[in-house]
Design a protein around this ligand. Structure first.
Ligand code: FE2
Length: 165
């Protein structure tokens, strides 16, 4: 199926780009909490890798509840619910991640960026037996302004929510 091939290629590219990031970063991205919550400055090698992954994920389109496109009806389980928590943004996507779900269908990551495309934080997931995916994303202390938080589903593409940090 064309969509499956496209998703495979995207996931392969994403994981390939992730391989260029120190492993500790990917592992830290699987944790929830304040430890290691440090936003990467624009141009930092990690930030560049995150920006590359973000650009790849956006190629299939970015969806919102007001613009669900071909995925109308999927808003509730794919749009990240976001809130400010300390010096970060908590993102929750209410989407099945467990082994009872369709194989290959899960939330792969959350990330947060500002309007110029700088990716402050990017959290990758492995498929786990969880009903939802929550992550705490770092935003620099020195930054105040709008941010966009994204959630990527391997089957239903990239969904966005915005708030002012
Ligand atoms: Fe999905």
């Amino acid at each position: 199926m064309k969509t499956d091939r496209r998703n495979f290629m995207r996931s392969a590219t994403l994981l390939s780009a992730a391989a260029a990031v120190p492993l500790v970063t990917v592992q830290a991205g699987c944790e929830l909490g304040d430890s290691g919550l440090v936003a990467q400055p624009a141009g930092d090698p990690r930030e560049r890798a995150w920006r590359e992954m973000a650009a790849e994920l956006k190629t299939a389109g970015v969806y919102t509840p007001d613009n669900p496109g071909i995925w109308a009806g999927k808003e509730g389980s794919h749009t990240p619910q976001i809130s400010l928590v300390g010096q970060g943004v908590e993102a929750l996507t209410s989407h099945a991640q467990g082994p009872e779900d369709k194989p290959g269908h899960y939330i792969l990551c959350h990330f947060v960026e500002r309007s110029d495309g700088t990716v402050f934080d990017f959290r990758l997931y492995t498929r786990q037996a969880l009903a939802n995916v929550t992550s705490l994303l770092a935003v620099p202390e020195t930054y105040s302004g709008p941010v966009t938080v994204y959630s990527y589903c391997t089957e239903h593409d990239l969904w966005a929510s915005e708030l002012v940090a």
